[in-house]
Design a protein around this ligand. Sequence first.
Ligand code: PAF
Length: 287
Amino acid sequence: MTEHDPAPHVEPTIAGIRRRVADARTRRARVGLVPTMGALHEGHLALVRRARELADLVVVSIFVNPLQFGPAEDLDRYPRTFDADLSALAGLADVVFAPEVGEMYPNGPTQTRITGGEAAASFEGASRPGHFDGMLTVVAKLLNIVRPDVALFGQKDAQQVFLVRQMVADLDLPVSIEAVPTVREHDGLALSSRNRYLDPPARRAALTLSAALRDAAAAASRGAAAVLAAGRARVDAEPAVKLDYLAVVDPRTFRSVDDTHRGAATVLIAARVGTTRLIDNASIVIG
Ligand code: PAF
C-alpha cells in the first residue's frame, strides 16, 4: 500500500452492501465478489487483482464462517488479521463486506443447508465432515446478498471450486465463477493461511507436497497408476509428512480415475506436517 491508495469502504451489514451494489448498478457497473475468511496473503490478492480486471466494483467479503468448521476444528484459533487485511486491500478492492456472525446467522446456524452430494463426500469432505455444506451455504448466501456478475475462487481449493460451480449450475445462479491459479512461493510451496503455523523444519518438509505433484505430473504419460506411484514415492521419502490422500480425479466429475483414463486430470494431495494440514493440486494431461 502507498499513502495514496484509497482504503476500501467497510460495510458490516447486508442492507448496506446491497445498497452499495444497487447504487453501482445504476452506473451499469459490473460487480465482482472475492469471498474470503480474511488472513489475506498474495493468493487472495491475486484473486482481487483478477476481479479488478473483470469488474468495475470489486467487493471482498471477510467472514470466518462458523458453519464450515467441524467440532474438532478450532474456529477460535483461525487467524483474524482484519487491520492488515484492509491495508493489503487498499487500492485493490472498493468495498469490504465484513459482517458479524449475528448479521449472517441472526437465528443461529441456518436450518437450510446446501449439500454438494457425492462430490462433497470425498477427499476434503471425508476428512472434514460437514465442511462443504457449510461452505456452500455461506457462498450461496454471499452470492445472494451481493449478486455479483463474477465470483472468484482460488484453484488451490480445487474441490471447493468444483462444488461451487456445481451449485451454480444446479441452482441456475446468475453468476460466472472464475478460478484463479494457485500462487506459490519461489520454492513451490502453495500459499495458504496455514503456512504461518509452519516452523522452519516443517516448512522445509511441506515442500514435499509440491514436489510430489511435480513428480506425479512427470509420470503423466505413463497413466494414473504411475502418477500415483511417483507422487507417493516422494511423500514416503519424507517421514515428517503424513499423507492424508493422494488421488487423481477427472475434473469433470471429481471422481478418481482408473488407469485407463486419458486426457485432463487433477492430482490432489493432502497431508499433515506436524499439526498443520496442507492441501495442494496440479492439473495434468494423462497419456
Ligand atoms: O475458501 C475460503 O476461504 C472459504 O471457504 C470461503 C469460500 C470464503 C467460504 O467461507
